[in-house]
Design a protein around this ligand. Structure first.
Ligand code: ACM
Length: 264
């Protein structure tokens, strides 16, 4: 199956412009799975709950329904980040839309980065895997700063993920060291859709440094996006190849685990 990262620069606080841009990308990108960055509809650098509130929307909203309709119509899996309003809370969430809408779910970011704690509630969904029967494919999702916690990828891999997708708004460069390791140590495909551009708020600027990437289950880079430009990267993956976790006749990275000796 073909998977795609769509890297772009969301317009800060312009949901309508970003919605149109995502729809364009979605209709013109030929892939089975398309992942957009974290907070694709709004941009990132909000400083308070009051500031983001007018731009947040529910998972059960017309905006998400429109994308669900297209995911079903084009038979694509679609992942995008958005500020999710739910029962008086606001989460930094990712919509995971499968062609069969009954399987679609929302993931709420577990680990909040930097000033996000003044904007969002801590995610309450935990990690989970969705199964696309048609492609015999299991998908796990985390969001950006979740990458700093190897427990996140390990949990998704133990749940059976073939591919871990990480919609992101990354402001450092160190993550390129980690992502291939998470792929290798869990024997899963891994992809990060980052964004580009700069946002300034409250006298502080954040630079988002692109370089979205797709890695195979040995940690080999399959495709890499530009550091500064809008870019779409695509790779072919073979989900069932991730499932045998042995790498010689005696060793298997899952059954060799000794959880009784670990402190997590
Ligand atoms: C991040 O979690 N947006 C770095």
């Amino acid at each position: 199956m073909k998977v795609a990262c769509v890297q772009f620069c969301p317009e800060f606080k312009n949901v309508e412009a970003n919605r149109k841009k995502l729809l364009d990308f979605l209709r013109t990108t030929d892939a089975d799975l398309i992942c957009f960055p974290e907070l694709s509809f709004t941009g990132y650098f909000f400083l308070s709950r009051n500031e983001i509130e007018p731009f947040a929307f529910e998972f059960q909203s017309e905006i998400v329904k429109e994308f669900q309709y297209i995911a079903t119509d084009l038979n694509r899996i679609v992942i995008f980040g958005f500020p999710e309003k739910f029962k008086g809370k606001i989460f930094n969430s990712a919509a995971i839309l499968l062609p069969d809408s009954d399987l679609s779910k929302v993931y709420r970011k577990t680990h909040l980065f930097y000033k996000e704690r003044f904007v969002f509630d801590f995610g309450d969904t935990g990690f989970f895997v969705v199964y696309d029967k048609q492609r015999d494919f299991k998908l796990g999702v985390m969001i950006c700063y979740d990458w700093r916690f190897p427990e996140a990828s390990r949990t998704l891999a133990l749940m059976g993920a073939d591919l871990i997708v990480c919609p992101s708004n990354l402001v450092t460069n160190v993550w390129h060291i980690s992502m291939p390791s998470r792929a290798l140590e869990n024997k899963v495909y891994f992809m990060v859709t980052n964004r580009i551009g700069t946002e300034t708020n409250g006298g502080e600027s954040l630079l988002f440094n692109g370089k979205s990437g797709i890695w195979d289950y040995n940690g080999k880079l399959l495709s890499l996006a530009s550091e500064t430009e809008e870019d779409i990267i695509i790779a072919e993956i073979f989900p069932s190849e991730t499932r045998d976790k042995s790498f010689n006749e005696f060793n298997n990275i899952f059954t060799d685990r000794r959880p009784e000796l670990y402190k997590l």
